[in-house]
Design a protein around this ligand. Structure first.
Ligand SMILES: Nc1ncnc2c1ncn2[C@@H]1O[C@H](COP(=O)(O)OP(=O)(O)OP(=O)(O)O)[C@@H](O)[C@H]1O
Ligand SMILES: [Mg+2]
Length: 285
């Protein structure tokens, strides 16, 4: 008997396509404690979308606070000018969203007072990098772990883990991340996790996420992992993500089987054209 091959559409019908910003403002319905995962290759726009989501989550739930964990170097190449950082997207969006940068965790009393809870959508924890990355690994692991544990214990937090692969494999924070993915919901603490290297991240990043954003990824290992998203047809996800253009992503809400194609959003203007960083406290040396 001939088997019928199912044909999956490579694009969603036009009515399921909307702008990224319109989606964030009008449709994103992540409740405190619901994990969010952003998965896609280099340069797709994960940090951009993740930072915008962090701003919106605080607007939706002012009783929650957030912390974004940034692993890239806090400054760019020598001689490139004051204020140039290893991740211009983070620096620009932190300023645009009025999210203060801190180099330390826990926050000092001065930092907390300077930026009242109401106005601060989330903190950006972006540690300094020295000339020895081996020493930095130990120090950064301790800092990020402290922010993760503190967020879990206090509850009602959104943690933007921008590079889950690095936090897991370089800083060895897998067990604390998995603890939050599996038990954070009870504390209303959730991970907004992003990765460009799906092969090396915990299965919880797929199975425990209530909201997923997937970019087109030709990598075979990356595509295999769609099978770990509970309740979704992995072949349909492969076909749909294959139809995405650069900077577009597919929003997936497994519980309601909702899919939407998000087209690139607007560029949030930098309030400080000189590109200098804004820190929540006097810089520590
Ligand atoms: N929606 C968008 N529309 C237009 N440009 C975008 C959009 N999203 C991101 N970009 C641009 O693409 C570049 C990469 O964006 P971003 O840093 O957010 O990607 P990423 O996926 O986090 O990259 P990486 O994997 O290297 O961390 C930036 O220059 C950014 O301004
Ligand atoms: Mg990024």
């Amino acid at each position: 008997m001939a088997t019928r091959t199912r044909v999956y559409p490579s694009r969603l019908p036009a009515e399921f396509t909307l702008g990224q910003d319109e989606f964030i403002d009008g449709y994103l319905d992540a409740k405190p404690g619901e994990h969010i995962s952003l998965i896609g290759p280099n340069g797709g726009g994960k940090t951009t979308l993740g930072m915008k989501i962090m701003g919106q989550l605080h607007r939706l739930y002012p009783q929650t606070t957030g912390v974004a964990l940034v692993m890239k170097p806090h400054k760019g190449p020598r001689g490139a000018g004051r204020g140039v950082t290893g991740d211009p997207t983070v620096a620009r969006l932190a300023r645009a969203l009025k999210a203060p940068i801190t180099r330390e965790w826990p926050l000092s009393v001065g930092q907390k007072t300077l930026h009242g809870k109401e106005e601060t959508p989330f903190w950006v924890l972006w540690p300094r990098h020295s000339d020895d990355f081996r020493l930095d690994r130990v120090r950064h692991a301790a800092l990020f772990e402290s922010a993760l544990l503190d967020s879990y214990n206090k509850g009602r937090r959104w943690i933007f883990a921008d590079e889950v692969f690095g936090l897991t494999n370089e800083l060895r924070l897998q067990s604390v991340l998995e603890h939050i993915w599996s038990k954070g919901r009870s504390m209303e603490t959730a991970i907004v996790g992003a990765t460009q290297r799906p092969a090396g991240v915990s299965r919880f990043m797929y199975s425990s996420a209530r909201h997923l954003f997937l970019w087109r990824d030709p990598d075979a290992d990356a595509r295999k992992r769609y099978a770990e998203i509970s309740g979704m047809d992995p072949k349909a996800l492969v076909a749909l993500t294959d139809g995405l253009r650069r900077h577009e992503c597919l929003y997936v809400h497994p519980e309601s089987q909702t899919l939407a194609c998000l087209t690139p959003g607007g560029f949030l203007a930098d309030p400080r054209p000189d590109n200098s960083t804004r820190e929540g406290a006097r810089p520590s040396t």
